[in-house]
Design a protein around this ligand. Structure first.
Ligand code: HPA
Length: 263
């Protein structure tokens, strides 16, 4: 069975409730083994992948993003919605805010972040003028407008390697650079999705004020708790968006002469 639509869950988003006829699926890719779940939402087959593993045992800098995206590609997926928990760099962006990310700045240190690693003798530079699929972003936004769900329609995601949280000085610097939120996973995943020709959009949930803005030391607990409050809503937003998405892709995400993973 070909599955064209997928969800990637992050911290606190480990199970795809609302999917029927769920099945575990193990995929062996050139980059490693990936555990997925497949199921149906109404008439639509959906693949679900949790980037930290089902029991949150994979730290951000060890996530095998290449294997994850390669597995989705092999399944036939063309559209991916990804959820992330983030810290806020701005006072006006409080915990509980939902942000449809439109830009990223990548501060990760370059591990596991490209399919074009020169193995086949080619040097390929991919355009990232529009880092996220405009059609998917618009579909997410329209669905939330229709459901009268409050959200912020754009924002810049600063990606760090983690697993530590940032220093207040880093947070001040990131805010000066134009960042709105900070997290540990999004840029490599978005890059690989684009390199693989997948439509990809991110919805970030602000779980806390970032270090130095928050009056308290940061804890993983507060991140998990805030995600716990919103995960049902995010699941519903994702599934309804995937269901109502136009069948035809009208973006350039899948338009490229040759992909490192094939068409
Ligand atoms: N920093 C980095 N990653 C995060 C944060 C944060 O404050 N909150 C949730 N993920």
């Amino acid at each position: 069975m070909k599955i064209e639509k997928a969800i990637i869950g992050g911290t606190g988003f480990y199970d795809p409730h609302l999917l029927k006829s769920k099945q575990d699926l193990t995929m062996e890719t050139k980059y490693g083994t990936v555990f997925l779940l497949t199921g149906w939402y109404k008439e639509t087959p959906i693949a679900f992948l949790t980037r930290h593993g089902r029991d949150h045992h994979i730290p951000p800098h060890r996530i095998n993003h290449r294997a994850n995206i390669a597995a989705l590609k092999e399944l036939g997926v063309t559209r991916v919605l990804a959820a992330t928990a983030v810290g806020s760099l701005r006072k006006e962006l409080a915990a509980g805010s939902l942000v449809v990310i439109d830009q990223f700045i990548d501060f990760t240190k370059g591990q596991n972040h490209t399919f074009y690693d020169g193995e086949d003798g080619r040097v390929v530079h991919t355009d990232f003028t529009e880092p996220y699929c405009p059609q998917l972003r618009n579909s997410l936004a329209s669905l939330m407008e229709k459901r009268e769900i409050t959200f912020i329609s754009k924002g810049t995601y600063i990606t760090t390697d983690g697993p530590r949280y940032e220093t207040p000085a880093e947070i001040r610097a990131f805010a000066l650079l134009g960042g709105d939120v900070v997290g540990m996973t999004n840029a490599p995943e978005a890059v690989l999705a684009r390199e693989a020709g997948l439509c990809y959009a991110n919805l970030s949930l602000v779980t806390n004020y970032a270090a130095g803005i928050s009056p308290y030391p940061l804890t993983h607990q507060e991140v998990v708790e805030m995600m716990g409050e919103k995960v049902d809503l995010i699941r519903a937003i994702f599934l309804e968006t995937l269901l109502t998405l136009p069948g035809e892709r009208d973006c350039l995400c899948g338009v490229k002469e040759d992909y490192p993973l094939g068409q």
